[in-house]
Write a protein that binds this ligand. Structure first.
Ligand code: FE2
Length: 221
């Protein structure tokens, strides 16, 4: 599908399914121009299809955000939960801490090439992590709402990317009522990420021979 590209775009796989647009953003016989890996692409809907989802356990809501930064820096940000407490100091309570009690927090991603992130989160009673040997807990034992979100990052061009953020599955009525508030807070948080990631891109661009520092799980020799 793609036959050109260079520079930083060589860091991304080709012949793969990238997210191009939300289903609801494609109207019948109306052209929508996007770029994926700097390739200009036109999307349109040829036949009206109605997608209906009426499940009380699902909150529907989504958005997208364009970055003046490489897609891989957004992936890096999303995969690094340690940034929550300083980039989003005013938005999220520290992981594992509820309103009036200490709990163990579980957050885990499946990161799918080329840039789809599936995340589960939940709060559990203290010491659950140790009892599970720091592996995946039993979600049915969660103290509070277990959430599932899917996100996608599409490299649109050289140092530009589009971040698609989703609705969430909410497993309790209380969480369901606050679901849209949750989405609003998340959207504000993504604005904070955008400032940080675009600044990161500028700093990297101004750095001669930048070296990417390895993170956990990598051996340095
Ligand atoms: Fe963030």
């Amino acid at each position: 599908m793609f036959n050109s590209g260079g520079g930083d775009l060589m860091n991304y796989v080709r012949n793969a399914w990238y997210v191009g647009a939300w289903d609801s953003d494609l109207e019948q016989n109306k052209l929508k121009a996007i770029r994926i890996l700097a390739e200009p692409i036109v999307l349109w809907r040829t036949q009206r299809q109605l997608v209906a989802l009426d499940d009380p356990e699902w909150i529907l809501g989504h958005g997208q955000l364009d970055y003046q930064a490489e897609a891989r820096y957004i992936n890096d940000n999303l995969l690094d939960f340690s940034h929550l407490t300083y980039v989003h100091a005013n938005r999220f309570a520290p992981v594992g801490r509820g309103a009036d009690e200490l709990t163990d927090g579980w957050s885990a991603y499946d990161f799918l090439i080329p840039g789809v992130l599936l995340m589960w989160s939940g709060s559990f009673k203290l010491r659950t992590a140790a009892e599970c040997n720091y592996e995946r807990p039993d979600y049915s034992q969660a103290l509070r709402g277990v959430t599932f979100t899917s996100q996608a990052v599409t490299p649109t061009g050289d140092r530009t990317a589009r971040y698609f953020f989703p609705g969430a599955r909410i497993d309790s009525m209380a969480m369901r009522r606050s679901g849209m508030l949750l989405m609003k807070i998340a959207a504000q948080a993504f604005g904070e990420d955008k400032i940080m990631i675009e600044a990161q891109q500028r700093v990297i661009d101004q750095t001669v021979d930048p070296v990417i520092m390895p993170t956990a799980g990598m051996n340095v020799s």
